[in-house]
Design a binder for this molecule. Structure first.
Ligand SMILES: [Fe+2]
Ligand SMILES: [Fe+2]
Length: 195
């Protein structure tokens, strides 16, 4: 049972502009001795995973834009598999990473520090939203991966329509990743650094 209304503007990952006091206050005691620059071990590894996810989520919309700017059917077909592969990898990595957090990190955090219930609850809710955004992405990637219809023009037009759908989904995912991962590090890194 949450101590806050996740769907409200102050908490929802697609609407919040910062972390509310109910989320940051339980983390304050961990922050006192925390220095992001000297983080090592598991926390450093975790940050590197985040950097990889953010790099892929920032790259995908750019590659979609490149695809959408192409007129030549041959060039389009050459770029298509790279876009599909990056999208599929990103979805796979994101699901795997969220699974590890939900099943391993967050339960351990809560067991050691029950006072982190609200921050962890927020991050778990974020993962639910992200899962549905990733589902949309998956559909968009599948749309890009369909064999082109008969005729050069039809094939090109289909690919461009699918590219636009994927571009929109990829931009949304990137925006939510920036918010979620930034906030997650703000909450979890000071805690992880204490171990
Ligand atoms: Fe997460
Ligand atoms: Fe994460």
């Amino acid at each position: 049972m949450s101590g806050f209304d996740y769907s409200s503007d102050a908490y929802h990952v697609e609407k919040r502009r910062q972390l509310a006091p109910l989320i940051t206050q339980p983390v304050e005691p961990f922050r006192a001795e925390f220095d992001r620059d000297v983080v090592g071990g598991e926390a450093r590894f975790w940050m590197e995973i985040h950097m990889g996810l953010l790099k892929a989520s920032a790259t995908l919309p750019q590659w979609c834009e490149q695809l959408l700017s192409l007129n030549d059917a041959e060039a389009l077909r050459a770029l298509q598999p790279r876009v599909v592969s990056l999208g599929a990898q990103l979805i796979h990595h994101a699901h795997g990473h969220h699974h590890i957090e939900d099943e391993h990190f967050f339960p351990v955090f809560l067991q050691r520090y029950p006072e982190l219930a609200n921050p962890i609850d927020l991050l778990e809710h974020d993962h639910e939203v992200l899962a549905s955004v990733l589902d949309d992405m998956e559909k968009a990637v599948a749309g890009m991966n369909r064999p082109a219809g008969a005729g050069e023009k039809a094939g090109r037009d289909e690919l461009l329509v699918a590219g636009e759908v994927l571009h929109k989904a990829a931009l949304r995912l990137d925006r939510l990743f920036v918010r979620h991962i930034g906030d997650e590090e703000e909450i979890c890194l000071p805690v992880l650094a204490q171990w």
